[in-house]
Design a protein. Structure first.
Length: 157
């Protein structure tokens, strides 16, 4: 029995770095993921597919580790980096996108959207308790990731 927790997040920010620098980092999955907190392991499965293994949370007896794979595609002409969930890998399905826009060469606007689901091996009765915790933890990780990127890109405008 498991609890299925939906995740949907959206963020928008503007940084001092050039479009080229921002796109180069965000479209390079290993470089980008290096700024994401609590990633235990990132594995290149080939053909733009990467498997994420997050650090285990909880105690030695009771813990959760989120594992999933996504297929990444980037398009510099459109300023997009997108990823789609790969079924059958791990306990989560995660997709999303970056939309990167140049602002007259002075700054770069970044819009991040993430959607997915995480399956937690707990009875369905636990969903009202577990879902907010998982959603909150995921949100904290993504916000820390964005903070890390903003620092790399020289701060917000």
């Amino acid at each position: 029995m498991s609890v299925n927790v939906p995740i949907e997040l959206g963020y928008e920010f503007e940084v001092r770095a050039s479009f080229e620098d921002v796109f180069a980092l965000l479209s390079d999955v290993p470089r980008s993921v290096a700024h994401f907190p609590k990633v235990d392991k990132l594995t290149d499965l080939g053909d733009g597919v990467y498997k994420w293994e997050m650090q285990k949370v909880g105690t030695a007896q009771v813990h959760l580790q989120t594992v999933y794979a996504s297929k990444y595609t980037s398009d510099p002409a459109k300023g997009t980096v997108t990823w789609a969930p790969v079924k059958g890998v791990g306990n989560a399905l995660v997709g999303g996108s970056w939309k990167i826009t140049d602002h007259q060469g002075k700054s770069t606007k970044c819009v991040l959207k993430i959607q997915g689901t995480v399956d937690v091996p707990l009875p369905g009765l636990m969903k009202p308790v577990v879902a907010p915790v998982i959603e909150g933890e995921f949100e904290k990780l993504v916000e820390k990731y964005i903070d890390n990127l903003i620092k790399v890109f020289g701060g917000e405008v």
